[in-house]
Design a protein around this ligand. Sequence first.
Ligand code: DOR
Ligand code: ZN
Length: 442
Amino acid sequence: MEFDLVINGGRVYLDGKFSACNIGVAEGRVAALTPEPLRARMGGTSLDAVGRLVYPGTIDTHVHFRDPGRTDKEDFGTGTAAAAAGGVTTVLDIQNNIPLTTDVDVARAKLDEIAPKARVDFGIYGSVGVQNLDRLAGMADHVVAYKAFMTKSVGPLTVTDLGDLSKAFIALRGLGRVFTIHAESDAIVQVAKEGLPDHIASHVKSRPRVAEWVAVAEALELCREYRVPLNIPHISTGRAAMLVGRAKEEGLPVSGATCAHYLHFTDDDVVAGGAEWKVNPPIKFAEDREILLQAVKSGVVDHVHSDHAPHTREEKSKNFNAVPSGIPGVQHQLPALLDLAASGRIGYEDVGRLLCDGPARAFGLRAGRLYAGSPADIVIVDPAAETVSSPSDLLSKTGHSIWCGRRVRGAVERTILKGVTVWSRSDGLRESVRGTRVAAQV
Ligand code: DOR
Ligand code: ZN
């Protein structure tokens, strides 16, 4: 067999565990997975992966790339460049650009705008608001999932009333798409934020843990009633993770995700770091972090996404109250999880489950798995290398990140999309192959 690319000597994440295995790629697909050493065709590429871990290209189910309309913060080219550098080969992009994706015409226009810029595969969410409930079904063929905010975060669209949220569930029934709900209770946030000083330490008080507990419980009960597959993203509290775990045990069609920042940091880091660390939901307490770590290890929380939410440096350097919430993270979540594996808090297999199988299963994507005939979307990592990012390494437009200057053990070495290297640690970004739109069906 003639291989365009071979990867020899690595340990490959296959069906939940690592196997000593070599990979042959032909015409953008995995053509061989074998313990036998493989040779590339004349003019092909042969990579030595001894000492490396080889994962399927990872999936980030929750990024905000701001294209079109807020491309001063990020555009689809820079966002997907950062994804490629972070070992991500599929991104699901959410509203919080202008216009919001409220109907099929906007969805179509957005796809036309972003597709030529995509450096990795992509899908988009449809926005759910009180105003567009009658237009949700009409965009099902263009979106991979839908998203609602139970309280205002960034962007104007919210569904704060439970009656309206019920209507959204009813509108989404039978579409075969996941409903992602930003679960913080608006009523509780409105009370909690009153009279707080203009200081970063107020943030976690203004959006307290109980706001997440209550909203998650409400969303789960609506899921129980209406049976629309539900995703609770960016879980920041231990108790919310436990609620999702219990709902899964009861057989509800629900998935739960958290982010690397909730697994690494606590409120102390936020106060020390300042407004750059302002994010919704806020980073919580040491006790939450511990439970979340257990929850990702046990599978109660089934995947990790970045919630990549870029804002400009100017916006992030205002006084706390005026600073928009959100932190960029698509480039750093894989190294951040490798670091947790290096210190034994999770396993390297867990990294594959959390960034590949878990997100694919939750959203019904045909990605995140290597098998004979699968797309050759692959990331090679060096678990022994260190990543210490500086602003000049960042491919996001933001030019800042809470991960800059931090030492994490584990580094992305090369990201391959459809058999072609799109980013490597030695050469950076390559102008090679374009990402394409993915389909989802749950
Ligand atoms: O901190 C956040 N930023 N949380 C969100 O829910 C939205 C995001 C954004 O779009 O900036
Ligand atoms: Zn988000």
